[in-house]
Write a protein that binds this ligand. Structure first.
Ligand code: TYD
Ligand code: MG
Length: 451
């Protein structure tokens, strides 16, 4: 039988039997690489599956304890610590702090056993320098600078560590696999060798994967399906705050985030992110505060808007940290249902601090910030708003309203404008419930909001 070749997009992992210039998955050009032949792949899979089927009811759980890395924010993002035998992929832009957080995790984990840090990127001297900077100096942390994944595997077997850190997956190669360093086939192979080590020896393995915008190396997306947990490190290089976001977790919830600040001595946890995200608020127009749920935690986020005269035939609608289509919908509802026009106006909306809002509960905050900027009237600094905007101009209920109110109250906010819904318990924050968008706008700005 003729060998079948598989082409895989190095950006998004899209697979195809034939080569294509443009990836249908992500729309990028020239990202399809040849992967190892499908026949070989299937053959290798069949060889490994030696286990016989078992009855589900008779399977005994050998669920071990989670190990805490002693970095509260990392443990939170992982769903409560590191699960034995789990494979954790940490993705992020180069220089965001992946090696830093893993060195800190090594410091916390080495109290439970040997930690093997395999680096294919840096020399022992460089790693030692970083470790010194963060005060990491334990005889239980072993360092291996190696790019040959098979040699690394041999050392994992020899040393039998309790934790493995592999930094980064794109630097490892295997002589038996075609493709250059960083190609889809090499990256996937390195990941599968490490996964195999994790599963057979029940060792948790952290794998670092660089996110690459352009260039010749495969991104962590092509590995997401092979690992148990995927964390992405986000943040602006120039801003010191970093968000560790869990996007896949076979052992916990996926909405959890961990918040860190990059300091001269490594990453510092930010246990109270609300105070950080709204800390630099000014009393200018175009700013609204919304309590959003990030996993099990409520975080206050400032949403800023700038509405200015447009000189373009098609005025701009730009959104940072929020979906631009959602922004256009909010603008349309404001125009149609509240009589506030944004024609011939450029619009920018930004969730401050590099936060990404995926919840619809922030709709009302975006609308409030837009109106505030449009009429240049600041919103009461003691007010928070939340609620989903419906196409009929109604404000729809959101979940966990009590917890959102509690967080706003804790940070000293005095009023909240929110949808009409039942609330349990008592609170001192004054609540104004409004069923329609135009009522909310009237409550925030008085009747002069129309322009
Ligand atoms: P690093 O963890 O090497 O990034 P990655 O592994 O994701 O590529 O972090 C690199 C950046 O972090 C670098 O710009 C320097 C900065 N940094 C600090 O500000 N403080 C520190 O203590 C450390 C170790 C790094
Ligand atoms: Mg690094």
């Amino acid at each position: 039988m003729a060998e079948k070749t598989l082409f895989v997009c190095r950006e998004c992992g899209y697979e195809s039997r034939r080569w294509m210039g443009k990836c249908p998955g992500c729309g990028e050009w020239n990202t399809m690489d040849e992967d190892m032949s499908m026949d070989k792949k299937i053959a290798s899979k069949v060889k490994k599956t030696a286990a016989a089927p078992e009855k589900l009811s008779e399977i005994k759980l050998s669920r071990g304890q989670r190990s805490a890395s002693e970095i509260g924010e990392l443990d939170r993002a992982l769903g409560g610590g590191v699960v034995p035998g789990s494979v954790i992929l940490i993705g992020g832009d180069p220089g965001i702090g992946k090696s830093t957080i893993l060195m800190q995790a090594a410091k916390g984990l080495c109290r439970l056993g040997k930690v093997l840090y395999i680096s294919g990127e840096e020399s022992p001297g460089q790693i030692k320098l970083r470790a010194d900077r963060m005060g990491v100096d334990s005889p239980d942390i072993y360092l291996l600078c190696e790019t040959d994944i098979r040699a690394a595997e041999a050392y994992i077997n020899k040393l039998a560590p309790s934790f493995v850190i592999a930094d980064s997956v794109q630097t490892f190669t295997d002589d038996g696999i075609s493709g250059s360093q960083g190609s889809v086939s090499q990256v996937r192979n390195a990941c599968s060798v490490l996964t195999n080590a994790a599963k057979t020896q029940n060792i948790p393995v952290f794998i670092v994967g660089h996110v690459t915008k352009e260039g010749a190396i495969a991104g962590p997306k092509v590995l997401e399906h092979m690992v148990d947990t995927v964390l992405y490190f986000e943040g602006e290089r120039l801003n010191n705050y970093r968000i560790l976001r869990c996007v896949k977790n076979r052992f916990g919830s996926t909405d959890e985030i961990g918040v860190f600040e990059m300091t001269g001595a490594g990453l510092k946890e930010v246990p109270n992110p609300s105070a950080v995200f709204i800390g630099e608020r000014t009393r200018q127009s175009g700013s609204a505060v919304v309590p959003v749920m990030e996993g099990t935690r409520t975080v206050l986020v400032e949403v800023q808007a700038l509405v200015s005269k447009s000189y373009l035939p098609n005025p701009r609608r730009m959104a940072y940290g929020m979906d631009v289509n959602r922004l256009m919908m909010i603008i349309a509802v404001l125009e149609k249902k509240a009589g506030i026009s944004f024609a011939a106006r450029d619009v920018w909306v930004n969730a401050v601090g590099g936060v990404r809002i995926s919840e619809t509960s922030a709709d009302l905050a975006a609308a409030a910030a837009l109106v505030s900027s449009n009429i240049d009237v600041p919103i009461d600094p003691g007010a928070v708003v939340f609620g989903e905007i419906g196409l009929g101009g109604e404000i729809r209920r959101v979940s966990q309203a009590e917890r959102r109110l509690a967080e706003a109250e804790r940070l000293g906010f005095e009023t909240c404008i929110m949808p009409r819904q039942k609330l349990a318990g008592e609170r001192s924050i004054s609540v104004r419930q409004a069923p329609l968008l135009k009522d909310c706008i009237k409550a925030l700005f008085g009747p002069e909001a129309r322009q």
